[in-house]
Design a protein around this ligand. Structure first.
Ligand SMILES: [Zn+2]
Length: 309
């Protein structure tokens, strides 16, 4: 008897394992977050490591980010239909081009998906590569997933959707284009991956000075609540302080390591301060950041010595 054995080789167990079982948390009036785990992608979480959100506006629903796969997007869509029955989805925003934030786009009407042009360009350029990597990491969880770029390019500072006004902010630093949305009615700010809380920031496309600047901008925006890309919702800008503190430490530590001639492997073994021990996957993300950031830091910090014959 194999029913419910749960092993990866067992079809019945596998069907159960591939269910995201998403749930919505109402973080403000008629505003729901679907909170992912503060882990790295693995076969157990299926890629459910990201926050997405949806809002009931007078005439329909607005969705912010779509998760890591078609399977997740389908589960999100069904959760929205159960939570806000009978209301049409009017707009889907993508905050940036990382795969956990947009690979669920396929489950939504492409004509409704909007982002800044630079996010669309990044998805067009890197979407296939991201999808390939996600298939390698998550196998069957990704079945049927194809990158779908947004079709609406945004550049206005405001847009009204279904009777609700949104302020739109065009920032950068986590990637070359990070899009932030504020619901002007509730004051909830959807900060994407510019903000992490109790989870180590990821840096594969990071520009540290730009990211620092964007954190200052986010701190200056009038808001009631901030939803980070990863971690719980935040009423006190704690995610901005924590992300800034970690990025400053990371940049300083790696610059010092390059300055004292450590190899990349030696830099990976450096201790992580106790205040960051509560951040999910901090050692893994630190090691990934060394790989992402070290070569460019070496290029910028080592003097170029002209060799003459
Ligand atoms: Zn990201």
């Amino acid at each position: 008897m194999v029913a419910g054995c749960g092993c990866a080789a067992c079809g019945i167990g596998n069907a159960r394992l591939l269910d995201f079982d998403l749930s919505a948390v109402e973080i403000a009036s008629r505003t729901w977050a679907v909170l992912g785990r503060t882990d790295y992608f693995d076969m157990e979480n299926g890629g459910n490591i990201v926050n997405v959100a949806f809002i009931e506006v007078p005439d329909g629903v607005v969705v912010i980010d779509t998760g890591p796969s078609k399977r997740y997007g389908d589960a999100l869509r069904s959760l929205i239909e159960r939570t806000v029955p009978g209301k049409p989805i009017l707009r889907v925003y993508n905050t940036h081009h990382h795969p956990d934030h947009f690979l669920g786009n396929q489950s939504f009407d492409a004509e409704l998906i909007a982002a800044p042009q630079a996010v669309i360009d990044n998805i067009t350029l890197e979407g296939d590569g991201f999808a390939d990597n996600m298939y390698r990491l998550l196998g069957d969880w990704m079945r049927g997933t194809l990158p779908q770029a947004p079709t609406i390019a945004l550049d206005a500072a405001k847009e009204s959707v279904g009777g609700r006004d949104f302020s739109l902010f065009y920032l950068a630093g986590h990637t070359s284009s990070d899009f932030v949305i504020r619901d002007d009615s509730t004051g909830v700010l959807f900060a994407g991956d510019l903000a992490f809380l109790y989870r180590a920031p990821t840096t594969p496309h990071a520009d540290m000075p730009q990211w620092r600047q964007s954190l200052d901008t986010l701190a200056s925006i009038d808001k009631a609540l901030l939803l980070p890309g990863h971690g719980p919702s935040d009423a006190k800008d704690e995610s901005l302080t924590q992300t800034g503190d970690y990025l400053d430490w990371l940049h300083g530590t790696l610059s010092d390591a390059v300055g004292s001639g450590l190899t990349m492997n030696e830099a990976m073994l450096l201790p992580i301060p106790a205040r960051f021990e509560g951040l999910g996957v901090v050692r893994t993300e630190y090691e990934r950041s060394v790989v992402h950031l070290y070569p460019a830091l070496e290029d910028s910090l080592f003097p170029v010595i002209e060799v003459t014959q």
